[in-house]
Design a protein around this ligand. Structure first.
Ligand code: PEP
Length: 248
């Protein structure tokens, strides 16, 4: 059984006020079938822990250092995140690959650090518009997945979550066709495990989430813009609750 997972990626957005609003909106009801996680900016994690520690809502960071500790000004280690009882950490988001020069090697090291500290890495993979046009989607996605998966033990792999996020769909309002996304998820599944949760990301919203989750290999979503609006995020959770868990 793969439990559906919805993850909010706030990126460099939001505020303590929004966190309170999200807390109020999410805790107004209980959830049984869907896992929910919020990934706000690092600076809001202590308050996230205060608000959500005894709830069903998980939380995590948007990045982690590939180093254990030491002279790495500005970086945050996996052990530090686990001190704040984070459950998840997003790793290798396309914005970090693009703006911070993160390579597959760095991303694999980050996943390893996260797993060593007991965190669940959410590994992001996906092709850009040119690669899609050139028919390179499969090759790009598979090499991004393999560069991490091949370095993990089976036990570690069992914990990994993967998010397929076509870069051309992120923040553009142009979500992928759910059937096309499912085909890529199927490939990712072959390169990982039957149990691996594979999320879709890229302009997911309350209007399209149902169709994505109805695909056999789409186990949830990584949500940017729509997860900054508490009422929309709750609506997406409610829709997901109605569809729920994938039995394989
Ligand atoms: C993301 O950045 O992970 C993302 C999916 O963003 P959006 O939902 O805004 O496209």
């Amino acid at each position: 059984v793969r439990k559906t997972l919805l993850v909010a990626n706030w990126k460099m957005n939001g505020s303590l006020d929004l966190l309170s609003q999200m807390h109020e909106a999410l805790l107004a009801k209980s959830y049984s079938g869907v896992g929910i996680a919020i990934c706000p900016p690092f600076i809001f994690l202590p308050q996230t822990q205060n608000l959500f520690k005894d709830s069903q809502i998980a939380y995590g960071a948007q990045d982690v250092s590939d180093q254990d500790n030491g002279a790495y000004t500005g970086q945050i280690s996996a052990k530090m995140l686990s001190q704040l009882a984070c459950d998840y950490v997003i790793i290798g988001h396309s914005e970090r690959r693009q703006y911070c020069g993160e390579t597959d090697k760095i991303i694999a090291a980050k996943c390893q650090r996260a797993l060593d500290a007991g965190l669940v890495p959410i590994l992001c993979v996906g092709e850009n518009a040119t690669q899609k046009q050139n028919g390179e989607t499969e090759a790009i996605v598979l090499s991004q997945v393999r560069s991490v998966v091949d370095s993990l033990t089976t036990e570690q792999l069992e914990k990994l979550v993967i998010a397929y996020e076509p870069i051309w769909a992120i923040g553009t309002g142009l979500a992928a066709n759910p059937l096309d996304a499912n085909k890529v998820h199927e490939l990712i599944r072959k390169a990982s495990l039957q149990t691996t949760r594979i999320l879709y990301g890229g302009s997911a919203n309350a209007e399209n989430i149902r169709e994505f989750l109805m695909q056999p290999n789409i186990d949830g979503a990584l949500i940017g813009g729509a997860a900054l609006k508490p009422e929309v995020f709750v609506q997406m959770i409610n829709i997901s609750e109605a569809l729920c868990t994938k039995v394989y």
